[in-house]
Design a protein around this ligand. Structure first.
Ligand code: PLP
Length: 386
């Protein structure tokens, strides 16, 4: 039989090298370095997404996530995608066109939440605070009183500013005003104190690549009873097919109905990450992040650098360091990467050029990271003083 011949265009048939990247110390706002045990778990052979072994693993992930978040919420799952996918899933599912939403904006990610909520047709109101500061209970109360929103969205750990929003009384206020409390816990889960049920948080999402040390690509999401009730009362379909939790519930719940193919190896990675959290214990982990964070802040002071956020609201997982006026911030950043293989990040949005962002997350939160960072920063700052 004559072989069919195809007219192949070889213009894009690029010959490339086998992948080999330099190791880096990922001390920026994320991704953090993946824990070796997590990478090893991700290399495990695949099974199908309905294989009994995978179904058992799904249950384990859900249970370990409940521990990490300190919640009994039945609907607690990993979303296929990064933190933004879980943020979008929260908004797409919990709001319907015309719903009033109030979002606290004291950094970059409040604006992202706003953008998403607007795309789903919500009437969005913002509560503003200068970047690097946090909302008081009174400010939240006034916002709820004025706007009477169906959902209040707040960021627990603002990765763009390094500030940590306290939650005392906010959950009670939201119940008083019949409003759901939605919280971004991307940079807090597994790193700093976070008690979802005690704080009466109705819905929360996170990411894998920060304090959990799993590569990006899978993102925890949880809805409590009040959030589920709103979801079940929807008059319209969820406007995002991929992130429609009314369908995904049937996969993660008892029915195990196919929706989309779960990213098997990302789930292996997340499971290992959560096992590591459970092995260490939450209190020990929070304490370690705080101790290491404080030793970094003290060390910064010792080399003449200043933190951007007031100490009582400072995140131990992510520190914003003021760039001295006479120092070329970009050059320091570049020097750290080229000479020390250390990645840190510059400021986002209105903090661009004003701060460096340094993450000491999960596995990276240890004394050797602090020593390395301080030594590198000290020499780079001396080198690039104008
Ligand atoms: N929310 C916060 C507080 C974040 O820090 C990030 C990422 O840095 C996100 C949301 C978005 O997550 P991702 O970049 O994984 O989509």
């Amino acid at each position: 039989m004559a072989q069919k011949s195809y007219n192949i265009n070889n213009a894009h048939r690029k010959q490339t090298q086998q992948l080999d990247v330099y190791p880096r110390f990922l001390f920026g706002p994320g991704p953090s370095n993946a824990h070796p045990r997590i990478l090893q778990a991700m290399g495990m052979r695949q099974v199908g997404h309905l294989d009994p072994q995978f179904l058992a693993l799904m249950d384990e992930i859900q249970e370990l996530l409940r521990y990490a978040w300190q919640t009994d919420n039945e609907f607690t799952i990993p979303v296929s995608g990064t933190g933004s996918a879980a943020m979008e899933a929260s908004l797409a599912n919990l709001l319907e066109s015309g719903d009033k939403v109030l979002i606290g904006v004291n950094g970059y990610f409040g604006n992202r939440m706003t953008d998403m909520a607007e795309r789903y047709g919500a009437e969005v109101h913002q509560l503003h605070r200068p970047w690097g500061t946090v909302f008081s209970v009174d400010e939240i109360r006034q916002g709820l009183e004025k706007h009477r929103p169906a959902i209040l969205g707040l960021v627990h750990a603002e990765t763009s500013t390094g500030a940590c929003q306290p939650f005392d009384e906010i959950g009670d206020l939201c119940r008083k005003y019949d409003c759901l409390l939605l919280v971004d816990t991307v940079t807090s889960l597994g790193g700093i104190p976070l008690l979802l049920d005690e704080w009466k948080i109705d819905a929360a999402y996170s990411g894998s690549q920060k304090c959990l040390n799993c590569p990006p690509g899978i993102a925890p999401l949880t809805f409590g009873e009040r959030a589920i009730a709103k979801l079940k009362k929807r008059k319209s379909k969820v406007a995002n097919w991929y992130l429609d939790m009314t369908m995904l519930m049937d996969y993660w719940g008892d029915n195990r109905t196919y929706h989309h193919t779960a990213p098997i190896n990302m789930n292996y990675g997340l499971r290992e990450a959560l096992r590591i959290v459970a092995e260490e214990g939450l209190e020990e982990r929070w304490e370690r992040h705080q101790t290491i964070g404080e030793s970094f802040w003290e060390g910064l002071e010792g080399i003449g650098l200043e933190c951007f956020v007031e100490k009582r609201y400072r995140l131990s997982s992510l520190t914003t360091v003021k760039i001295p006026e006479d120092v070329d911030g970009r050059a320091v950043h570049k020097h750290l990467l080229e000479e020390y293989n250390i990645e840190i990040a510059g400021g986002l949005g209105e903090l661009s050029g004003k701060v460096w962002r340094v993450g000491l997350m999960g596995y990276n939160s240890r004394s050797s990271s602090v020593a390395l960072l301080l030594g590198a920063l000290k020499s780079a700052v001396a080198l690039y003083r104008r």
